[in-house]
Design a protein around this ligand. Structure first.
Ligand code: MN3
Length: 261
């Protein structure tokens, strides 16, 4: 496990080969949030990787812009309600993008000698928190789809779920239990652990803590109260059951193919 507080579950990066993915690196670095690594691909599509385009990176401005939702705010009704989606994406996610841009700028000032070097710990923590907040939410929106088009696991992903969990029901059970039991605000994840070559279920606290360094995230669910309280109040388990109805399995399958290819 990572000993630092500065790495959320690593974002997929199509520049990393299987061995490269094993090199310890936090998601902030692997997602290109420190200004390197990710090059947009003309063939990039939702789920194939988190490109700088998908993360809304404006190279000319040197800043991130909140990417639009990949569907309408009400597209996930009745499982995820429109009002929650509006507040969650338009307000909360936007706040993480602002926080990320501020941290990046403050660290640049420190490097240039004009910032307060005594605050480098603070801004480094801010970079990890808001950077992971941005990456996690970008993956979260892409990882859902209207129930009618959410599909089921197929191909290599379906085989890996069978091999590593004993089937989709068992995965769903562990995923729900892990996500439901996150202490406070955090995330549940299905990830690919490249050293053993297995699927694993993980938890984040906040956006970035308790990461398994090197694990490639495939599917994440936000269990901060802002993700469900308007519709589900304290019933996090009911929210997780609803989430499972709108998982975008084709996207999860593409992420798995990318991680193992
Ligand atoms: Mn959230």
């Amino acid at each position: 496990m990572s000993e630092s507080t500065g790495s959320c579950t690593s974002a997929p990066n199509h520049h990393l080969d299987r061995r490269g993915a094993m090199i310890a690196m936090g998601a902030v670095a692997s997602a290109g949030l420190v200004g390197s690594a990710v090059t947009p691909s003309a063939a990039a599509s939702i789920g194939s990787a988190l490109t700088s385009d998908e993360l809304g990176y404006d190279a000319a401005a040197g800043a991130y812009v909140l990417p639009p939702l990949p569907y309408a705010h009400d597209a996930l009704e009745p499982f995820i309600d429109e009002q929650t989606m509006r507040i969650h994406h338009d307000k909360h996610h936007a706040g993480y993008v602002r926080g990320l841009n501020k941290a990046v700028a403050k660290l640049a000032e420190i490097r240039a000698g004009s910032g307060d070097a005594g605050l480098i710990k603070h801004w480094s923590r801010e970079l990890a928190f808001h950077g992971c907040g941005h990456v996690n939410h970008t993956m979260f929106w892409q990882g859902m789809a209207p129930a009618a088009s959410s599909g089921t696991p197929a191909g290599g992903l379906a085989e890996a779920i069978e091999r590593d969990f004993g089937g989709l029901k068992a995965l769903a059970s562990q995923f729900k239990a892990a996500s439901k039991s996150v202490e406070g605000s955090g995330w549940g994840w299905l990830a690919y652990e490249p050293i053993a070559g297995k699927l694993v279920v993980l938890q984040n606290e906040k956006h970035q803590n308790q990461a398994l360094t090197g694990a490639v995230p495939l599917l994440g669910v936000d269990v901060w109260e802002h993700a469900y309280y308007l519709k589900y109040q304290n019933r996090r388990g009911d929210y997780l059951d609803a989430f499972w109805q709108v998982v975008n399995w084709p996207v999860v399958g593409m992420r798995f193919a990318r991680a193992t290819g």
